[in-house]
Design a protein around this ligand. Structure first.
Ligand SMILES: [Zn+2]
Length: 123
């Protein structure tokens, strides 16, 4: 298995699946800084990669959530005031930390830098 399983996913309305570890590369589009938010995604049998829907169209497509992840990934607490619900301040790639390959991309990141960074954070 080329994904790291983190748990089971029970779906009362469809197929059960598993949760796998993913690294979200979140880029602050103003500064260009990229931070890694570790999270997980759901895979069902036959899927080649975890579902990206929540990042594409769901709650995590919104800058208000992306900003919170970005701050936390840097060991900072997000600002108290509610962050704006824009959609152009943060861009996200989703990477399998085991293989270093992206399965969802909103911006181009250098593959060597990606792998270096994953090594640095101990993956
Ligand atoms: Zn929002």
């Amino acid at each position: 298995m080329e994904w790291k399983e983190t748990g089971k996913h029970k779906n009362p309305f469809g197929n059960d699946g598993i949760k796998v570890e993913i690294a979200a590369e979140i880029r602050n589009n103003l500064t260009g800084e990229i931070r890694h938010h570790m999270t997980d995604g759901i895979m069902e049998e036959g899927d080649a990669h975890p579902h990206a829907f929540i990042w594409e169209e769901g709650n995590y497509a919104c800058d208000c959530n992306r900003e919170i992840f970005f701050f936390r990934a840097g060991g900072e607490t997000a600002p108290d005031e509610e962050s704006a619900c824009t959609d152009d301040r943060y861009s996200v790639n989703l990477v399998n930390p085991i293989t270093g390959k992206a399965f969802y991309e909103e911006f181009k990141n250098d593959q060597r830098e990606r792998e270096e960074k994953l090594k640095q954070i101990g993956l």
